[in-house]
Design a protein around this ligand. Structure first.
Ligand SMILES: [Zn+2]
Length: 266
């Protein structure tokens, strides 16, 4: 919990005053612009990973209540095999993780702050090998270490969306408020999972994910093959697969991946 949320009057500041405070440098004495150690990029971060994890916890519970867990070891075994290698490669092996495989045709996968990873059997059917699963898990964990959720959330706070209530709920450090807060932000189950990230975040997660998969001993070139297969899956469909709707892909994304692989010397 940062001082900003608990002690300063900014909780009830209007947006104009907040921006003035920002300009004067008085508001974000504790939380604010920080350099991300993984990406080296400076980010505006007004919410901790722990706070975001609290908010995401209800989404995770909702998803688990809605979807059927797979008991098929052909699927669960793959995730159990690959996911720990990726989180270890990300230096997060000491954190508690929960991996779930959902028995559903949905072509989807996600990772949430607080260490929740969900993979649908639909997307596992698209993946030709463990390297391609490592591509997706590396990318998703890259969103977490890239602090993309925290950044997006901070931007929406700065935009004045539910500013007052958001601050009070976070200051209370009370999980009971998190549902309320998520509803105010129009997020609910979408929060951190379904809303598409900005393109900049997608490319960054791709780059970070490539590092993780390579470090874990997987072949980064398989990421290109995976996204090509996903693009082919998308063709002729009325509605894109879920993962494609939150991860729009085109030849530019593939080109960026290939460039990143070359730069890695892989
Ligand atoms: Zn993504």
């Amino acid at each position: 919990m940062t001082e900003w949320f608990t002690t300063q009057k900014t909780i009830v500041m209007d947006r104009r005053k907040l921006l003035a405070g920002l300009a004067a440098g008085s508001v974000f004495a504790v939380s604010g612009c920080t350099t991300n150690p993984v990406t080296g990029r400076s980010q505006l971060i007004m919410v901790s990973e722990g706070q975001l994890a609290q908010l995401s916890a209800s989404s995770w519970t909702q998803i688990k209540g809605k979807e059927r867990l797979s008991r098929d070891p052909a699927y669960t075994g793959r995730v159990k095999r690959v996911a720990p290698r990726i989180v270890n490669a990300a230096g997060l092996g000491n954190k508690p993780w929960e991996f779930a495989v959902f028995d559903s045709d949905q072509i989807n996968a996600f990772a949430m702050p607080g260490g929740k990873i969900g993979v649908y059997t639909g997307i596992l059917d698209v993946m030709e090998n463990d390297d391609q699963l490592a591509t997706v898990l590396g990318h998703e964990v890259g969103h977490i270490t890239g602090r993309h959720g925290q950044e997006r959330y901070s931007q929406s706070m700065l935009a004045g969306v539910g500013m007052q209530t958001a601050s009070v709920a976070l200051a209370s450090n009370d999980v009971a408020f998190s549902n309320e807060l998520a509803a105010i932000l129009g997020a609910g189950i979408s929060f951190g999972v379904i809303l598409p990230y900005a393109r900049k975040h997608e490319y960054e997660a791709d780059r970070v994910g490539l590092q993780y998969m390579a470090r874990a001993g997987y072949d980064p070139h398989q990421s290109v093959r995976f996204w090509q297969n996903m693009m082919a899956k998308n063709q002729g469909r009325q509605k894109p697969p879920e993962f494609m709707s939150t991860h729009p892909s085109d030849s530019n994304r593939i080109a960026q991946l290939q460039k990143a692989i070359r730069e890695m010397g892989a």
